[in-house]
Design a protein around this ligand. Structure first.
Ligand SMILES: Cc1ncc(COP(=O)(O)O)c(C=O)c1O
Length: 376
């Protein structure tokens, strides 16, 4: 018989976090996590295969990963010394949480927003302070600045364009927030390739602005896990102190470098996804009772005329996974759909129309409140 686990040794704050983030049902059409659903360009598949099969895995990578750092610098148009990278954007959120918050400090984030922000703040032992979005789910910049004044946070998270609303915050508004923030402002640009907008000009103006980017969306490598931060070199060097020496495996580095070399093909794919998004938005908005928010990303948020949890379950039964955000009071009745391939979007629209056509039975409403996805 094993002795009991030392419960008192576990940090109490960690017990509030879910151990299951990242699990999902087994269905053919995943339109729930905003990955790239489109086939990879053939040239990229070939280059990645070559790059990965020629790796010698015996030595540790060079601590500074010069080749990847240089390639990221070229991709982002930024000083390689001002770049930190790791195992996906989530890992970078965890890193900035540890580096810029901690016990006795506060981190501010938009709500509704990406669920990993309060996770990163709590994980570091700091206090999460959600700031509600404003009218019609747009950023309330004045409200956010007022709250920054009250809370004096060491870290503020922003998402640009925002997840789950898909909307872009203008550069001047981000600038106002950067001026107001007494600590770091992390501008999460996970979807920036779809909006062709970046807050990068602010990196030349502000020492406290850090951008987050990922290879999981337009770069089509969610399974590879590669994310990076851009910022003033002194800030990035300090943040990197909290990173283990080898934060990314050499296979991922090689695959990421191949993706960067093939970025023209990936950008062409991004343009096709954007065109498909706009067409999907129109077709979705044509369904009676559906309201769709404008989007600068590879996903759409829409309000449904029927219980959204029941609809999400019906879609799942037809093999299509979506995100149901109705657990958040400001998102009652909303679903988020990733822009799939044209064929997948047809299946989704058909399944949605069928699901809306059938009346909701009382037994379908059982446990609806608890079933929705977590949202910050
Ligand atoms: C706003 C936002 N930031 C960051 C991420 C993290 O992506 P990853 O950890 O796959 O790089 C996501 C993923 O969905 C996201 O939506």
């Amino acid at each position: 018989m094993r002795t009991p686990i030392p419960r008192a040794a576990l940090r109490p704050a960690l017990q509030e976090l879910s151990p299951d983030i990242g699990s999902r049902p087994d269905v053919p059409i995943y339109l729930d996590w905003n990955e790239s659903r489109w086939p990879l360009p053939e040239s990229l598949t070939r280059k990645m295969t070559e790059a990965v099969t020629s790796v010698d895995p015996r030595p540790y990578p060079d601590r500074s990963y010069p080749a990847v750092r240089e390639a990221l610098g070229r991709l982002a148009g930024w000083d390689p010394e001002g770049i930190a990278f790791g195992n996906g954007g989530d890992d970078m959120l965890a890193l900035i949480g540890v580096a810029a918050t901690g016990p006795g400090r506060t981190g501010i984030y938009p709500s509704p927003g990406f669920s990993m922000y309060p996770w990163a703040i709590r994980r570091a032992g700091a206090r999460p302070a959600p700031v509600p979005l404003g009218e019609d789910l747009a950023y309330d910049v004045d409200g956010l600045i007022a709250r920054i004044g009250e809370e004096q946070p060491s870290l503020v998270f922003l998402t640009s364009p925002h997840n789950p609303t898909g909307q872009q915050l203008p550069l001047d508004e981000i600038r106002r927030i950067a001026e107001a923030a007494p600590g770091f402002l992390l501008v999460d640009e996970a979807y920036h390739e779809f909006s062709e907008f970046t807050a990068r000009p602010l990196l030349d103006e502000f020492g406290n602005v850090i951008l987050l980017r990922t290879f999981s969306k337009a770069m089509a490598l969610a399974g590879g896990r590669l994310g990076y931060l851009l910022g003033a070199p002194e800030a990035i060097l300090s943040i990197r102190r909290a990173q283990p020496p080898f934060p990314v495996g050499i296979y991922t580095c090689r695959a990421g470098a191949a993706a960067m070399n093939e970025r023209a093909a990936l950008f062409e794919l991004t343009a096709r996804i954007v065109a498909e998004r706009d067409s999907l938005r129109k077709r979705l908005a044509d369904i009676p009772g559906i309201r769709v928010w404008p989007s600068q990303t590879n996903f759409l948020l829409f309000h449904t005329p029927a219980d959204s949890t029941v609809l999400a379950r019906r879609l799942l039964a037809r093999g299509v996974a979506l995100r149901d955000f109705s657990r958040h009071p400001m998102l009652a009745g909303t679903l988020r759909v990733t822009v799939g391939t044209p064929e997948e979007n047809e299946v989704f629209l058909g399944a949605l129309r069928d699901s809306l056509a059938a009346p909701i039975l009382p037994e379908e409403l059982a446990g609806v409140g608890a079933a929705a996805s977590p949202v910050a």
